[in-house]
Write a protein that binds this ligand. Structure first.
Ligand SMILES: [Zn+2]
Ligand SMILES: [Zn+2]
Length: 170
């Protein structure tokens, strides 16, 4: 079981230290019934936001802390001004956060209304684990990407070394 309070605080800290200004979050909740979505961000009448995270993310040990934080940050970014959709500024911020911290925060392509989204549930399992040979930092990846193919050329965000090793999780 992951510690939601700690992960939440880490996410808020990581985002705000990049100069990204979050909106007012009036409530956080853990949804035990959500089957098809990992997170949700709702705009309230007073202009504040309510964020909901699927309990499965916290309870399922196969889901990494990083994957859990990716969902939290995905939703956090929706609270920024002009970020209810997965385009424009939201997309830009997600790219910045991904680049700085090595996340894989993605927008969603289907089943999405204003702030309501369906993540592709079955894709949450980790496929690759990368370890920095210099500082030991780890990165988890759920699918193939430019990074998973060309990781030999990428520097570590924490220590700068170009020393990733790759493990494929079966
Ligand atoms: Zn979203
Ligand atoms: Zn490193």
């Amino acid at each position: 079981m992951k510690d939601f309070e700690i992960l939440k605080e880490q996410c808020i800290h990581e985002v705000t230290r990049l100069g990204i200004k979050l909106g007012t979050i009036s409530s956080w909740s853990i949804n035990t019934r959500a089957k098809t979505r990992w997170g949700l961000c709702k705009l309230n009448h007073d202009g504040s936001y309510s964020i909901e995270i699927a309990s499965r993310l916290l309870e399922d040990d196969r889901i990494s802390e990083q994957a859990c934080k990716e969902t939290i940050i995905h939703e956090l970014l929706h609270t920024c001004k002009g970020c209810m959709r997965h385009t424009g500024k939201w997309k830009y911020y997600a790219e910045v956060v991904n680049q700085v911290y090595g996340y894989n925060i993605k927008r969603v392509t289907q089943g999405q209304e204003k702030g309501v989204e369906n993540y592709e549930g079955s894709e949450m399992s980790i496929k690759y684990v990368f370890t920095c040979g210099s500082c030991g930092a780890t990165i988890y990846r759920k699918r193939d990407s430019k990074f998973t193919r060309n990781y030999r050329y990428y520097g570590c965000a924490r220590c700068g070394a170009v020393a990733w090793s790759k493990k494929t999780v079966s």
